[in-house]
Write a protein that binds this ligand. Structure first.
Ligand SMILES: [Zn+2]
Length: 445
């Protein structure tokens, strides 16, 4: 049953109203405590006659699944998003982060962009087609998740492990991250995430002679640790121009006039990539992860007592791999920098497909262009991870698509996870309209 029995359904709340409600639930993760927020969404969906299921590994870490029957013109399309948010501690906010304040044309609050804003668009779009009695092209599987910000063990990872049958027949999904305006000069680009880098965590063990703190120790574990960290700071892992990065850069270059376009195109020339990124300064730094596997030492443990020289020190390495690369590739590349006498062990690897399925990309780009005719959709390789990697294990291709037309002076990345996260009211309306168009019109891709 999609509709409540007979009376006509009223209009759904606006994306702004939904977002304000969502922001007012403090779902800071950890601990998350997403349940109350998920129950609000459940009640909202049920008030429009949509059946829902709650699935939870732990009671307070609820997830919601709902299926909205379609016209049978397309296979099931999944729309998913997370309700948990990151911390606001030690941040100075203009308005309280969980108030959902509407001011100066923005909705302010933690999660406004990442990603309660995107969820509000999805929920509004779904409720709108249900309320107006216009079924989607195919079934819509709406999945509202907890725990994305801490790895998805209670959310997407849990559902994929324990309830994979929920996703039978799903080939494509819309989630974060992408669809928002990125300006180069006056040109408006809309990056749509099609792939992401792969998380590959490692443990490095540095060993050396230990002993009494009163005896001078040369070339012990501490000194070797110092050499390793210095080497990692001075050198980077080798350059790789992957097909996804090439496609992304080429699309942007083709749409930029003059010298800018020419220079950008040369980024995919391996002889010039690193040189050009250096010339580009800060912009070049943001591009670096698209052309290199990367590594950061993040945790060091070693030494118990001030008068004992440790014989073993452990360092956690946060390694991120480009699509198509495996942990053994990263180990080989790391060995060239840190040598062979440090033990490297992979502690976690979340693989992603080496090649994205681009079948739905052109359609999503058309939807953007219908609403913003001067906008240029760009395939995006995301340097970080999202819940897309969990669903990729079931063969589901996610497109990061929470469309927002943003003003040129709005720095999207400045406030995500930072203070004064906010979203323009007009961007919420833009996204809700685009998503409504997608769920009504997408065809069998
Ligand atoms: Zn997010």
């Amino acid at each position: 049953m999609m509709r409540a029995s007979s009376p006509a359904l009223s209009d759904p709340p606006s994306p702004v109203e939904i977002l304000q409600k969502l922001i007012r639930f403090d779902t800071t993760n950890p601990p998350g405590d997403e349940r109350a927020c998920i129950l609000y969404i459940r009640d909202l969906l049920q008030s429009f006659g949509i059946q829902t299921h709650i699935l939870a590994k732990e009671e307070n870490r609820a997830n919601l699944v709902a299926r909205i029957p379609g016209r049978g013109k397309a296979p099931t399309l999944m729309l998913y998003g997370h309700v948990d948010v990151v911390t606001t501690t030690h941040q100075e906010w203009t308005y309280p982060p969980f108030e959902g304040k509407l001011a100066d044309g923005y909705v302010w609050g933690r999660g406004a962009l990442d990603m309660k804003g995107g969820l509000s668009m999805m929920l509004h779009a779904v409720l709108d087609v249900v309320a107006k009695g216009c079924p989607p092209a195919g079934d819509i599987l709406l999945v509202i998740l907890s725990d994305e910000e801490s790895g998805g063990r209670m959310g997407a990872g849990f559902l994929v492990d324990q309830y994979p049958e929920t996703f039978d027949g799903v080939r494509y999904a819309l989630g974060e991250f992408g669809g928002h305006t990125n300006y180069i000069g006056s040109r408006r680009f809309y990056p749509i995430q099609i792939a992401e880098k792969q998380l590959c965590w490692m443990k490095a063990t540095v060993r050396g002679p230990g002993g009494h703190g009163a005896r001078p120790m040369r070339n012990g574990a501490m000194a070797r640790l110092g050499k390793m960290l210095t080497a990692l700071d001075r050198r980077r892992l080798p350059l790789h121009v992957t097909p996804v990065a090439r496609q992304m850069v080429k699309t942007m270059a083709d749409n930029l006039p003059g010298l800018r376009g020419v220079a950008l195109r040369q980024l995919c020339n391996p002889c010039l990539t690193d040189f050009l990124m250096k010339l580009m300064g800060e912009n070049g730094k943001t591009l670096e992860p698209l052309f290199h596997n990367t590594v950061n030492a993040t945790i060091v443990r070693g030494g118990e007592k001030i008068n004992v020289v440790p014989s073993e020190i452990m360092v956690n390495l946060d390694v991120r791999l480009l699509p198509g690369f495996k942990p053994e590739d990263a180990i080989r590349e790391l060995r060239r920098i840190i040598g062979t006498d440090i033990v490297l062990e992979v502690t976690r690897f979340d693989p992603c497909p080496s090649k994205p399925d681009m079948n739905m990309f052109a359609f999503l780009g058309d939807v953007i262009r219908q609403i913003d005719p001067d906008g240029v959709p760009v395939p995006l390789l995301m340097p970080a991870v999202t819940d897309a990697r969990h669903f990729a294990r079931l063969g589901i291709q996610t497109y990061g698509f929470t469309p927002m037309k943003l003003p040129p002076d709005f720095n999207y990345f400045e406030t995500i996870h930072g203070a004064d996260e906010r979203i323009p009211v007009s961007a919420l309306a833009f996204g809700a309209r685009a998503l409504r168009e997608v769920i009504l019109e997408y065809a069998a891709c």
